[in-house]
Design a protein around this ligand. Sequence first.
Ligand SMILES: Cc1ncc(COP(=O)(O)O)c(C=O)c1O
Length: 314
Amino acid sequence: MGDDVFVEDPTVNELEALCANMFGMEAAIFCPSGTMTNQIAIKCHTQPGDEVVCEKLSHIYQYEGGGIAFNAGCSVRLIDGDRGRVTAQQVAESVNNKGDVHKAQTSLVSLENTGNRGGGSCYEFGEFVAIKQICEQHGLALHLDGARIFNAIVAKNESPLGYGQMFDSISVCLSKGLGTPVGSVLLGTKAFIAKARRIRKVFGGGMRQAGYLAAAGIYALNNNVNRLAEDHANAQAIGQALAKKDFALELLPVETNIVICTIGGRYTAATLAAEFKKHDILAIAIAPTQIRLVLHLDVTPVMVEKVMAVIAEL
Ligand SMILES: Cc1ncc(COP(=O)(O)O)c(C=O)c1O
């Protein structure tokens, strides 16, 4: 082990180089969580008083404790998108006029792929190209919350290199479908990552002998990417089983490893989650009427059979 705060842990350095190379980006930094990689990126791309453009369901807005304001001192312009996704036109309409002193300066656009609250929704890559053009016209940075980027890459048969060309920074989570215990990687230019290293220290995210964690990340990137297709097939099967029930009012299209369904009638989302729990099936009521189930590498085919049998009995 070495000390990663001094950039001297060989395994962390190897993980960072591996991930940066996969996406064709200059540099990377390993952090304890996806919240931290997102928040560091937002802090690095903005000045206090700036405005960040994102979709209304974005993790950075909904689930990071108000960190955009707390950590970066920025306001947020929310876009009412489609299952977590925005269009280039909506982004263009959300950019404040730089010459208007009344307005906060727009400096960052943040996208999420796959979209968590959108039910694991995927962007069409062409939309990124169009959004990138708008960002270039207005001098805005473009960040990707790629907590589940590899689910999108596998589902859409895309290349990480394409993403590397499109975004100024990308956050990649290793601890979700990829199955590691801890950690996310933030990607960007050398200069951006040097700044991120300073901010990570300020946020308390500099870890010392972090190589043990990074080793799991290296294993996941080398072994657990292609198998995400199995999680997607399992999510499809569970989604279809759920959709047959009268209490399943609306199933969001299942594009990757997330199943989100609107629940009504005999169950609320909370009572359905409680019913599942009796059978050791963990699901979250993400809203009073919405339940979420997520597939990952620890959910085996036998477990999927069991979930479907339990759903059939409800
Ligand atoms: C889309 C998205 N971004 C970021 C995160 C944050 O990751 P972490 O839980 O590692 O902070 C999550 C976690 O659920 C997520 O779903």
